[in-house]
Design a protein around this ligand. Sequence first.
Ligand code: ARG
Length: 464
Amino acid sequence: MTSVNSEKLSSARFAQATDAFVEVFTASVDFDQRMAHQDIQGSIAHATMLCACGILTVPERDAIISGLTQIGKEISNGEFVWSIKQEDVHMNIEARLTDMIGVAGKKLHTGRSRNDQVATDIRLYLRSEIVQITAQLTRLQTAILNLAEQHADTIMPGFTHLQVAQPITFGHHLMAWFEMLRRDRERLDDCAKRINVMPLGAAALAGTSYPIDRFMTAELLGFSRPSANSLDSVSDRDFAIEFAAVASLIMMHLSRFSEELILWSSAQFDFIDMPDAFCTGSSIMPQKKNPDVPELVRGKSGRVTGHLVALLMLMKSQPLAYNKDNQEDKEPLFDTADTLINCLRAYADMVPHITAKKANMYTAAKRGFATATDLADYLVRKGMAFRDAHEVVGLAVRLGLETQRDLSELTLAELQGFSVLVTEDVFAYLTLEGSVAARRHIGGTAPETVKAAIQSARQILGNA
Ligand code: ARG
């Protein structure tokens, strides 16, 4: 039987063909074809389960599986013809299957709906993206550890308020970045657990009257379990929002690294040399070498956070269960994963080639009276109250500023002029080396502590 609108989905219900613009406006195939292989994977598992439950015959199942496998190849080869008329990735594949194998193709959709199908596809897609993200994270973490190892005793100024605060080691600073990524990775692993739950079987919203085996489909697809509530399964995208939140945090961290690399490679700081291959020149100023990669990554962090907010807004007013609004989840989600993978990759490629200008870092730490706290601590150990010591050291710093000398360059007599508690041993505390070496408790900046932190980080990474 044919009708005027024979091409339309659920055509029998409609007396009118879809408005031409509405057809384009509501279609998602241009972007959701990205999930074609996940869609095929899900359909093969679904057909396998339907057959095991006696809902499809073995020949029907086999025809479906070989048809879908063939379609997968056509898609990979770029031979598959996508059609707006078929609206989305799911209908395009199903229509092609029916063209290929006839009536068995029409039976594939038994006991499911596009609502549980699309929710499954997104979860499968995110699962494989997370594998790639984790691989890039590991590369970057390893690069950071290697650089930290080279610089476990390289002294630099540590900052608060972007003012020189206390001397630290560059290795310690790098290990702070490592810690941020370590937590990011834990968050990603945790989010992957909630992604790895299977919606198939929820059908449109209420489940299905066929005697299906959801445990079997879940197992075939490597999900940890079938979802517990059909309405929830087809409607909530919280797992995608959570993924975008994790991605935003990683990008926020990359943005902070970027900011530091940009500052440090400026002539004003001059702490590091960025590899030429990751910088570009200016079209007008011949002397320029711009840190483009960190700048772009910093910029892209805004874009990923934007996607997180878009997904939250998309979800927040939807009544149960599925609504077409959810079709809008794909583009922000795809772009989030792509952007994150690219930024991590650029960083993992770049970090091994960053060189530290040790002498400049050292001089900057000296110029900033970075050991002032060490002098105060010294006086406290000799019996002075901390507030008084703070005051006394303030006077010593002022003398240093006026005479353009670091605290370690003041004479013993000058220091004794501020407090009779000062003796010859004070100089051991005023050097940058002495200051960092004294902070040898767990989490501190002493070279030996940093080396131990790197050691245990390597173990954590190896076991991850
Ligand atoms: N393209 C749709 C989406 O992305 C698939 C689900 C359509 N379901 C429906 N009842 N219209 O959400």
